[in-house]
Design a protein around this ligand. Structure first.
Ligand SMILES: [Zn+2]
Length: 353
């Protein structure tokens, strides 16, 4: 059934309806593949008609006893060099430059059986956004036009540059890569570590609390779990995580990230808070798609993966990388970040902004 749905995702809406028939998920298949706009939240960060989160409603903000900060294990230079030389996985992103000059990027994790090229094709057909896969040269011009760093090599076109020299040492470590290069990151805002508070509005099938605890094992950045509320806390920011039946979109998870006007195009090392790749404090969110009948492992993988994007990780290529986008909601995906991914986050947040 899962494979049938995946195949339907790549076909025309009519074909999907034919496969699934009326009265099933076919109604959802007719919806556009552009993610549904997030709901308007109440003043305390709660969501109107939030789903039942089950036991997550009483989950603690952190769980350092079971999920402590991890020692940093960096790959050897030889391992990094080998990873940099390896082929990069294809990925799908959308780019949008808003009227105020800020830039938003959407990242999609394809459902198993849906190739990045098929998902990109779906997104283009839906209009409004520009979809890009790493091997997809034409859309790279559009990405550049909105200020996204894009590196073109003779071999392939990549959104995230492979690291082969000291110039890029903050962008790749082993098989892990940053979301953008130059890097994007969260500002400290006066705190010892940047604090991302994940405001979970997802149903009980999504272990967002566990995903946050894994995220919080990274050195240099603190991730906090909150159930359906996010009261003000000085220096911290809220990132909302939603689930819903977004339909036969071809993707299991979606992360949307914002950069202020100019921030995304300026190299690192300039004056904080803006102008150096820093994320916008607001307007960032994650959506997890209930349409596909993934396993519990698949749910955890997708949740950890999307939170990894929020922290600043891009798509890695290692078989142990939770940020490898080729797993989707598969049965045996990585369930937590690899040592390379944790080490890259530690590098990224060793700088106080
Ligand atoms: Zn991804």
């Amino acid at each position: 059934m899962k494979r049938t749905r995946a195949l339907a995702a790549i076909g025309a809406v009519a074909a999907a309806a034919l496969l699934l028939g009326p009265g099933t998920a076919s109604a959802a298949a007719a919806s556009p593949v552009i993610p549904t706009a997030p709901p308007v939240l109440n003043a305390d960060g709660s969501m109107p008609n939030a789903p039942d989160g089950g036991a997550k409603k009483t989950a603690p903000e952190t769980n350092l006893a079971k999920f402590p900060k991890l020692p940093v294990v960096r790959p050897s230079a030889a391992q990094s060099a080998a990873a940099a030389a390896a082929p990069k996985v294809a990925e799908v992103m959308t780019f949008k430059k808003k009227a105020d000059g800020s830039v938003g990027i959407g990242l999609y994790e394809p459902h198993p059986g849906v190739t990045p090229e098929q998902l990109a094709s779906n997104l283009r057909a839906a209009g409004d956004v520009t979809a890009v896969a790493t091997t997809d040269t034409p859309d790279v011009a559009a990405a550049k036009a909105v200020g996204t760093p894009v590196q073109t090599s003779a071999a392939q076109t990549q959104l995230v540059q492979p690291m082969s020299a000291a110039t890029w040492q903050n962008c790749q470590l082993g098989t892990a890569v940053t979301l953008t290069c130059a890097v994007s990151y969260w500002a400290n805002n006066g705190l010892n570590h940047p604090n991302v508070r994940f405001n979970d509005h997802t149903s009980s099938v999504w272990p967002v609390n566990t995903a946050v605890y894994y995220a919080n094992q990274a050195q240099g950045i603190d991730s906090t779990y909150l159930w359906d509320s996010c009261p003000f806390k000085a220096g911290a920011r809220c990132v909302d995580v939603y689930s819903g039946d977004y339909g036969n979109t071809g993707w299991d998870g979606f992360a949307y990230l914002n950069w202020p006007n100019g921030s995304h195009t300026t190299p690192t090392g300039t004056t904080p808070p803006y102008g150096s790749g820093v994320f916008s404090e607001q307007g960032n969110y994650v959506q997890l798609n209930d349409y596909y009948s993934n396993t519990s492992q698949g749910h955890q993988h997708v949740a950890v993966h999307e939170l990894g994007h929020v922290l600043g990780l891009g798509h890695g290529s290692g078989q142990n990388d939770v940020m490898n986008p080729s797993f989707g909601g598969a049965d045996h995906p990585p369930l937590f970040p690899s040592s390379d991914e944790y080490a890259l986050l530690a590098n990224l947040y060793s700088v106080v902004h």
